[in-house]
Design a protein around this ligand. Sequence first.
Ligand code: MG
Length: 430
Amino acid sequence: MEKLTPASKRRRKKKQNAVPQRQSQLNFMKRAPEVAILVVAAGRGTRAGGGVPKQYRSLAGRPLIAWTLGSLMRAAPGATVLPVIHRDDAGIYLASTGSLRASPCLSPPVHGGDSRQESAHLGLEALSAQKNVPEIVLIHDAARLFVSETLVERAITAAKTFGAAIPGVMLSDTVKEIDAEGRVVATLPRASLRAVQTPQAFRFDLILAAHRKAAAAAVLGLTDDSAVAEWAGHHVHVFAGEDSNMKVTTTEDLLHAEARLLGDLADFRTGQGYDVHAFGPGSHIWLGGVKIAHDHGLIGHSDADVLSHAITDALLGALADGDIGSHFPPSDPQWRGAASRIFLAAAAAKVRARGGFISHIDATVVCERPKLGPHRDAIRASIANIVEIPVDRVAVKATTSERLGFTGREEGIASLATATIRLPLCGKGS
Ligand code: MG
């Protein structure tokens, strides 16, 4: 056996520390294209209350399904992600997924059926009709938003090794079998029991054939895809699940998940932004993505949306990631006349790409005219829409400078903004 000196131990440790994160990402990039992830989101899930299915309920300002899809897309970059939604939910799905849909990896959703089994089957059929049929498919509940990169990695490896594999965790509670009167019939041996989670992982051809066989035999009501594989005669392997991979079902679960999400996002950042544009000839100005009639325009390389520019810089400042000029240089002709919502949306996407979210935006516009009061709510709604957060997290204020200085002389408009964001603590979620 090799003898390790303190120096060689240090070298070995350094090597071990330097490689894993990057290597694991590279491994994924290599194998992800053959992986598809079906996200089953067709349930009515009304036990969590709120009048909408639970997968569309807001958690820390973002719909549950958006958290789940974002986690999966970060965990398996390059994999095809296909949501299966209820036919009545097309509108709320679009509203809930925002810019996630800009990713080529997120396929347009397909409609599910009356049961979970039917929905999963329809999703698998949709994947089989695609040009690139996957080798491996993971089937995941939309309500499990805390799915981790390591769990996805284990699921893919297990599916490749065993053909059919599911994550399971040990039970901490003792489990009793009871009769109709509520009397205990038996105490089950806990050591051989597992609570099963998703993503359940399969060789694509295996699980598609199993679902087709069950549908043809009118065997319905199987509650998970493992049960379909078992029914079709396959051995299903159990790999280590994660206690943190909870499923949101009740209102209490929602509160718990939100508290945990906020607890994980404990790296609070604040950024500030400031911008000025001068008045010139024109008939309107843009503020926060809203066109406002005025007897002057604002001069700028883009659409001169002074408010959006200040907020963009505030977000980039919170990320410590340069400024609007470094990402969208005025020297680049492609930004001539550009709608500044592009810059603002890109800065917000950078926050999400880090696994974080925008907690609050507060902005002030300094000008004598136009009067902004009548436009304030439209501007707030527009900014909220562009950065994909609820409107009650966006404040827009207006002030004059009492006729003093360049804004007082109506030579231009100034804008200030502060953005508060929350990022995962180092090593979590990104
Ligand atoms: Mg500017």
